[in-house]
Design a protein around this ligand. Structure first.
Ligand SMILES: Cc1cc2nc3c(=O)[nH]c(=O)nc-3n(C[C@H](O)[C@H](O)[C@H](O)COP(=O)(O)OP(=O)(O)OC[C@H]3O[C@@H](n4cnc5c(N)ncnc54)[C@H](O)[C@@H]3O)c2cc1C
Length: 300
Protein backbone atom coordinates (compact mmCIF):
# COMPACT_ATOMS: atom_id res chain seq x y z
CA UNK A 1 0.00 0.00 0.00
CA UNK A 2 2.67 2.43 1.10
CA UNK A 3 4.68 2.41 -2.14
CA UNK A 4 1.60 2.76 -4.33
CA UNK A 5 0.22 5.72 -2.43
CA UNK A 6 3.57 7.43 -2.03
CA UNK A 7 4.12 7.22 -5.81
CA UNK A 8 0.67 8.69 -6.38
CA UNK A 9 1.21 11.55 -3.92
CA UNK A 10 4.59 12.43 -5.41
CA UNK A 11 3.29 12.34 -8.95
CA UNK A 12 0.32 14.53 -8.08
CA UNK A 13 2.26 16.96 -5.93
CA UNK A 14 0.31 16.30 -2.77
CA UNK A 15 2.38 16.95 0.34
CA UNK A 16 2.46 14.05 2.78
CA UNK A 17 4.16 12.67 5.85
CA UNK A 18 4.83 9.05 6.66
CA UNK A 19 4.24 7.51 10.10
CA UNK A 20 3.08 10.80 11.50
CA UNK A 21 1.75 11.03 15.06
CA UNK A 22 -1.91 12.13 14.94
CA UNK A 23 -1.62 13.27 18.56
CA UNK A 24 0.41 16.21 17.26
CA UNK A 25 -2.53 17.51 15.20
CA UNK A 26 -5.60 16.37 17.13
CA UNK A 27 -7.04 19.05 19.41
CA UNK A 28 -7.09 16.55 22.30
CA UNK A 29 -3.47 15.56 21.65
CA UNK A 30 -4.34 11.85 21.44
CA UNK A 31 -3.72 9.37 18.64
CA UNK A 32 -1.24 6.88 17.23
CA UNK A 33 0.66 7.22 13.98
CA UNK A 34 -0.98 7.49 10.60
CA UNK A 35 0.80 5.40 8.01
CA UNK A 36 0.34 8.37 5.65
CA UNK A 37 -0.94 11.84 6.40
CA UNK A 38 -1.78 13.76 3.21
CA UNK A 39 -2.34 17.48 2.78
CA UNK A 40 -4.05 18.22 -0.55
CA UNK A 41 -4.01 21.98 -1.09
CA UNK A 42 -6.86 22.35 -3.54
CA UNK A 43 -10.21 20.74 -4.31
CA UNK A 44 -9.03 19.12 -7.53
CA UNK A 45 -6.26 17.30 -5.65
CA UNK A 46 -8.70 16.25 -2.91
CA UNK A 47 -11.20 14.75 -5.37
CA UNK A 48 -8.48 13.04 -7.37
CA UNK A 49 -6.90 11.61 -4.19
CA UNK A 50 -10.12 10.15 -2.80
CA UNK A 51 -10.98 8.72 -6.22
CA UNK A 52 -7.58 7.00 -6.33
CA UNK A 53 -7.93 5.69 -2.76
CA UNK A 54 -11.41 4.34 -3.46
CA UNK A 55 -10.31 2.67 -6.66
CA UNK A 56 -7.27 1.06 -5.06
CA UNK A 57 -9.30 0.19 -1.92
CA UNK A 58 -6.83 1.91 0.37
CA UNK A 59 -8.31 2.71 3.77
CA UNK A 60 -8.68 6.45 4.28
CA UNK A 61 -10.39 9.17 6.28
CA UNK A 62 -10.92 12.82 5.38
CA UNK A 63 -10.51 15.22 8.27
CA UNK A 64 -10.88 18.92 8.75
CA UNK A 65 -9.09 20.32 11.79
CA UNK A 66 -9.41 17.17 13.95
CA UNK A 67 -11.38 18.84 16.75
CA UNK A 68 -14.14 16.24 16.93
CA UNK A 69 -12.27 12.98 16.25
CA UNK A 70 -10.72 10.69 18.82
CA UNK A 71 -7.99 8.72 17.06
CA UNK A 72 -7.06 5.29 18.36
CA UNK A 73 -3.68 4.82 20.07
CA UNK A 74 -2.89 2.15 17.47
CA UNK A 75 -1.40 2.88 14.10
CA UNK A 76 -3.90 3.94 11.41
CA UNK A 77 -3.04 1.63 8.53
CA UNK A 78 -4.13 3.91 5.75
CA UNK A 79 -4.25 7.52 4.65
CA UNK A 80 -5.52 10.34 6.83
CA UNK A 81 -6.34 13.35 4.67
CA UNK A 82 -6.16 16.73 6.39
CA UNK A 83 -7.95 19.48 4.49
CA UNK A 84 -6.89 22.58 6.40
CA UNK A 85 -4.84 23.80 3.43
CA UNK A 86 -7.96 23.98 1.28
CA UNK A 87 -9.20 27.17 2.79
CA UNK A 88 -9.93 29.80 0.16
CA UNK A 89 -13.04 31.93 0.39
CA UNK A 90 -14.85 34.68 -1.45
CA UNK A 91 -17.34 37.26 -0.27
CA UNK A 92 -19.76 38.78 -2.70
CA UNK A 93 -22.16 41.23 -1.04
CA UNK A 94 -23.73 39.07 1.67
CA UNK A 95 -22.75 35.71 0.21
CA UNK A 96 -19.77 33.80 1.57
CA UNK A 97 -18.44 30.99 -0.64
CA UNK A 98 -15.85 28.89 1.09
CA UNK A 99 -13.79 25.73 0.67
CA UNK A 100 -14.04 22.79 3.06
CA UNK A 101 -10.95 23.27 5.23
CA UNK A 102 -11.46 26.94 6.17
CA UNK A 103 -11.39 27.58 9.87
CA UNK A 104 -14.65 28.78 11.44
CA UNK A 105 -12.93 31.21 13.88
CA UNK A 106 -10.89 32.70 11.04
CA UNK A 107 -13.96 33.16 8.83
CA UNK A 108 -15.82 34.72 11.76
CA UNK A 109 -13.05 37.30 12.15
CA UNK A 110 -13.12 38.08 8.41
CA UNK A 111 -16.91 38.49 8.45
CA UNK A 112 -16.62 40.72 11.51
CA UNK A 113 -14.21 43.04 9.67
CA UNK A 114 -16.64 43.20 6.75
CA UNK A 115 -19.55 43.98 9.08
CA UNK A 116 -21.43 40.81 8.17
CA UNK A 117 -23.51 39.06 10.79
CA UNK A 118 -24.15 35.29 11.02
CA UNK A 119 -21.11 33.63 12.57
CA UNK A 120 -20.98 35.44 15.94
CA UNK A 121 -22.33 32.54 18.03
CA UNK A 122 -20.28 29.86 16.28
CA UNK A 123 -17.05 31.89 16.12
CA UNK A 124 -15.51 29.88 18.96
CA UNK A 125 -15.97 26.47 17.30
CA UNK A 126 -12.41 25.52 16.38
CA UNK A 127 -13.20 23.25 13.42
CA UNK A 128 -13.38 23.54 9.64
CA UNK A 129 -16.40 24.50 7.58
CA UNK A 130 -16.89 20.92 6.34
CA UNK A 131 -16.51 19.38 9.80
CA UNK A 132 -19.03 21.86 11.15
CA UNK A 133 -21.52 21.21 8.33
CA UNK A 134 -21.33 17.43 8.65
CA UNK A 135 -22.07 17.54 12.37
CA UNK A 136 -24.26 20.66 12.15
CA UNK A 137 -22.07 22.23 14.79
CA UNK A 138 -23.59 24.97 16.84
CA UNK A 139 -23.48 27.01 19.98
CA UNK A 140 -25.67 29.32 22.05
CA UNK A 141 -28.83 28.08 20.33
CA UNK A 142 -27.58 28.56 16.76
CA UNK A 143 -26.45 25.82 14.34
CA UNK A 144 -24.22 26.39 11.32
CA UNK A 145 -27.02 25.19 9.01
CA UNK A 146 -29.12 28.25 9.86
CA UNK A 147 -27.15 30.61 7.60
CA UNK A 148 -26.01 27.92 5.14
CA UNK A 149 -27.51 27.99 1.64
CA UNK A 150 -25.79 25.24 -0.40
CA UNK A 151 -23.15 22.53 -0.04
CA UNK A 152 -21.06 21.09 -2.87
CA UNK A 153 -19.69 17.59 -2.39
CA UNK A 154 -18.09 14.70 -4.21
CA UNK A 155 -20.29 11.61 -4.13
CA UNK A 156 -18.10 8.48 -3.86
CA UNK A 157 -20.80 6.20 -5.24
CA UNK A 158 -21.56 8.10 -8.45
CA UNK A 159 -18.22 9.89 -8.87
CA UNK A 160 -20.16 13.14 -9.37
CA UNK A 161 -19.72 16.58 -7.87
CA UNK A 162 -23.16 17.63 -6.61
CA UNK A 163 -24.51 20.85 -5.15
CA UNK A 164 -27.53 20.63 -2.85
CA UNK A 165 -29.64 23.18 -1.13
CA UNK A 166 -29.65 23.22 2.68
CA UNK A 167 -33.25 22.03 2.80
CA UNK A 168 -32.28 18.74 1.13
CA UNK A 169 -29.53 17.94 3.62
CA UNK A 170 -31.58 16.82 6.63
CA UNK A 171 -29.99 19.08 9.20
CA UNK A 172 -31.02 18.63 12.79
CA UNK A 173 -29.31 18.72 16.18
CA UNK A 174 -25.63 17.75 15.59
CA UNK A 175 -26.38 15.78 12.45
CA UNK A 176 -26.94 16.02 8.70
CA UNK A 177 -27.48 13.77 5.69
CA UNK A 178 -23.69 13.62 5.30
CA UNK A 179 -23.44 11.36 8.35
CA UNK A 180 -25.11 8.61 6.26
CA UNK A 181 -23.34 9.31 2.96
CA UNK A 182 -19.89 8.53 1.60
CA UNK A 183 -18.82 11.95 0.41
CA UNK A 184 -16.05 14.48 0.40
CA UNK A 185 -17.54 17.84 1.30
CA UNK A 186 -15.86 20.36 -0.98
CA UNK A 187 -17.35 23.79 -0.44
CA UNK A 188 -20.36 25.69 0.83
CA UNK A 189 -22.09 29.01 0.61
CA UNK A 190 -23.69 31.07 3.35
CA UNK A 191 -26.07 34.00 3.31
CA UNK A 192 -25.14 36.62 5.89
CA UNK A 193 -26.90 39.70 7.17
CA UNK A 194 -25.48 43.17 6.68
CA UNK A 195 -24.54 44.77 9.97
CA UNK A 196 -21.57 46.81 11.15
CA UNK A 197 -18.19 45.76 12.37
CA UNK A 198 -18.59 47.08 15.92
CA UNK A 199 -21.90 45.32 16.60
CA UNK A 200 -20.62 42.05 15.17
CA UNK A 201 -17.47 42.34 17.27
CA UNK A 202 -19.44 43.12 20.43
CA UNK A 203 -21.56 39.98 19.91
CA UNK A 204 -18.51 37.85 19.18
CA UNK A 205 -16.73 39.12 22.28
CA UNK A 206 -19.79 38.40 24.40
CA UNK A 207 -19.86 34.72 23.36
CA UNK A 208 -16.10 34.41 23.57
CA UNK A 209 -16.23 35.60 27.18
CA UNK A 210 -18.98 33.10 28.05
CA UNK A 211 -16.81 30.30 26.61
CA UNK A 212 -13.79 31.52 28.53
CA UNK A 213 -15.75 31.73 31.78
CA UNK A 214 -17.50 28.36 31.49
CA UNK A 215 -15.30 26.05 29.39
CA UNK A 216 -11.76 24.67 29.78
CA UNK A 217 -10.40 26.87 26.98
CA UNK A 218 -6.75 26.13 26.22
CA UNK A 219 -6.77 22.60 27.69
CA UNK A 220 -6.67 19.84 25.03
CA UNK A 221 -10.16 18.46 24.39
CA UNK A 222 -12.64 17.60 21.66
CA UNK A 223 -15.28 19.99 22.95
CA UNK A 224 -18.41 18.43 24.47
CA UNK A 225 -18.05 14.67 24.60
CA UNK A 226 -21.77 13.94 24.64
CA UNK A 227 -24.84 15.16 22.80
CA UNK A 228 -27.63 16.91 24.61
CA UNK A 229 -30.02 14.02 25.41
CA UNK A 230 -33.17 16.15 25.12
CA UNK A 231 -34.33 19.63 24.11
CA UNK A 232 -33.66 21.13 27.53
CA UNK A 233 -31.66 18.32 29.14
CA UNK A 234 -27.94 19.01 29.23
CA UNK A 235 -25.38 16.22 29.45
CA UNK A 236 -23.03 18.42 31.48
CA UNK A 237 -25.71 19.04 34.12
CA UNK A 238 -26.44 15.30 34.50
CA UNK A 239 -22.72 14.51 34.74
CA UNK A 240 -22.23 17.26 37.31
CA UNK A 241 -25.16 15.95 39.36
CA UNK A 242 -23.45 12.53 39.44
CA UNK A 243 -20.54 14.27 41.17
CA UNK A 244 -18.15 13.48 38.34
CA UNK A 245 -16.52 16.89 37.80
CA UNK A 246 -12.77 16.41 38.10
CA UNK A 247 -13.01 12.59 37.88
CA UNK A 248 -9.83 11.15 36.36
CA UNK A 249 -8.99 7.95 34.51
CA UNK A 250 -5.34 7.79 33.42
CA UNK A 251 -4.60 11.14 31.78
CA UNK A 252 -8.24 11.93 30.96
CA UNK A 253 -10.37 14.07 33.23
CA UNK A 254 -13.94 15.32 33.40
CA UNK A 255 -13.20 19.02 33.31
CA UNK A 256 -13.79 20.62 36.67
CA UNK A 257 -14.95 23.73 34.82
CA UNK A 258 -17.49 22.11 32.45
CA UNK A 259 -18.64 18.55 33.09
CA UNK A 260 -19.45 17.97 29.41
CA UNK A 261 -15.79 18.18 28.42
CA UNK A 262 -13.25 15.38 28.74
CA UNK A 263 -9.81 16.97 28.84
CA UNK A 264 -6.33 15.59 28.42
CA UNK A 265 -4.46 16.61 31.55
CA UNK A 266 -1.31 14.65 30.93
CA UNK A 267 -0.50 11.86 28.58
CA UNK A 268 -4.05 10.63 28.08
CA UNK A 269 -4.53 7.72 25.72
CA UNK A 270 -7.59 7.02 23.58
CA UNK A 271 -8.37 4.18 25.99
CA UNK A 272 -8.34 6.58 28.94
CA UNK A 273 -10.76 8.84 27.07
CA UNK A 274 -13.05 5.94 26.11
CA UNK A 275 -12.96 4.36 29.58
CA UNK A 276 -13.84 7.68 31.15
CA UNK A 277 -16.70 8.35 28.75
CA UNK A 278 -18.08 4.82 29.31
CA UNK A 279 -17.86 5.33 33.06
CA UNK A 280 -19.74 8.63 32.74
CA UNK A 281 -22.44 6.97 30.63
CA UNK A 282 -22.87 4.22 33.21
CA UNK A 283 -23.14 6.65 36.12
CA UNK A 284 -25.64 8.87 34.29
CA UNK A 285 -27.69 5.85 33.21
CA UNK A 286 -27.73 4.33 36.71
CA UNK A 287 -28.81 7.63 38.26
CA UNK A 288 -31.20 9.08 35.65
CA UNK A 289 -32.01 6.21 33.25
CA UNK A 290 -30.71 8.35 30.39
CA UNK A 291 -28.20 6.90 27.93
CA UNK A 292 -25.79 9.58 26.76
CA UNK A 293 -24.72 9.49 23.12
CA UNK A 294 -21.16 10.38 22.06
CA UNK A 295 -20.72 13.63 20.17
CA UNK A 296 -17.10 12.72 19.47
CA UNK A 297 -16.26 10.22 16.71
CA UNK A 298 -13.81 7.39 17.40
CA UNK A 299 -11.55 6.55 14.45
CA UNK A 300 -9.33 3.47 14.32
C1 LIG B 1 -12.46 23.55 22.52
C2 LIG B 1 -13.55 23.01 21.62
C3 LIG B 1 -14.78 23.63 21.60
C4 LIG B 1 -15.79 23.13 20.77
N1 LIG B 1 -17.01 23.75 20.78
C5 LIG B 1 -17.99 23.29 20.00
C6 LIG B 1 -19.27 23.92 19.99
O1 LIG B 1 -19.52 24.91 20.66
N2 LIG B 1 -20.24 23.39 19.19
C7 LIG B 1 -20.02 22.29 18.40
O2 LIG B 1 -20.94 21.88 17.70
N3 LIG B 1 -18.81 21.69 18.39
C8 LIG B 1 -17.80 22.14 19.15
N4 LIG B 1 -16.58 21.52 19.14
C9 LIG B 1 -16.37 20.31 18.32
C10 LIG B 1 -15.77 20.57 16.94
O3 LIG B 1 -14.97 21.74 16.92
C11 LIG B 1 -16.83 20.69 15.86
O4 LIG B 1 -17.58 19.49 15.80
C12 LIG B 1 -16.23 20.98 14.49
O5 LIG B 1 -17.24 21.36 13.63
C13 LIG B 1 -15.46 19.81 13.88
O6 LIG B 1 -14.76 20.29 12.73
P1 LIG B 1 -13.36 19.66 12.30
O7 LIG B 1 -12.91 20.33 11.07
O8 LIG B 1 -12.41 19.65 13.42
O9 LIG B 1 -13.81 18.18 11.95
P2 LIG B 1 -12.99 16.84 12.20
O10 LIG B 1 -12.93 16.57 13.67
O11 LIG B 1 -11.70 16.90 11.47
O12 LIG B 1 -13.96 15.80 11.50
C14 LIG B 1 -15.28 15.61 11.97
C15 LIG B 1 -16.02 14.71 10.97
O13 LIG B 1 -16.14 15.39 9.74
C16 LIG B 1 -15.57 14.61 8.67
N5 LIG B 1 -15.00 15.54 7.71
C17 LIG B 1 -14.27 16.66 7.95
N6 LIG B 1 -14.01 17.31 6.80
C18 LIG B 1 -14.58 16.57 5.80
C19 LIG B 1 -14.69 16.74 4.38
N7 LIG B 1 -14.16 17.77 3.74
N8 LIG B 1 -15.37 15.81 3.69
C20 LIG B 1 -15.92 14.75 4.32
N9 LIG B 1 -15.85 14.53 5.64
C21 LIG B 1 -15.19 15.44 6.37
C22 LIG B 1 -14.56 13.72 9.35
O14 LIG B 1 -14.31 12.56 8.59
C23 LIG B 1 -15.26 13.42 10.67
O15 LIG B 1 -16.21 12.39 10.45
C24 LIG B 1 -15.54 22.00 19.95
C25 LIG B 1 -14.28 21.40 19.97
C26 LIG B 1 -13.28 21.90 20.79
C27 LIG B 1 -11.94 21.25 20.76
Amino acid sequence: MNRKIVEYLKMNEVEYKERFSLAKLSSVRIGGEAEILAFPDNLRKLVSLVTFLEKTKIKHKITGRMTNILFSDDKYNGVIIRTDRISDYQIDNCVLSVSCGSSIPYLASVLCKRGLSGFEKIAGIPGSVAGAIIGNAGAFGMDISSCLTTVTFFDYDTGEVITLDRKNLEFSYRTSAFKKMKTAVLSASFLLTPSDCLSVKAEMDKYKKIRKDTQPVGIPSLGSSFKRPGESIFAAKLIDECGLKGHIIGGAQISDKHAGFIVNIGNATANDYINLSEYVKKCVYDRFGILLENEVEFVK
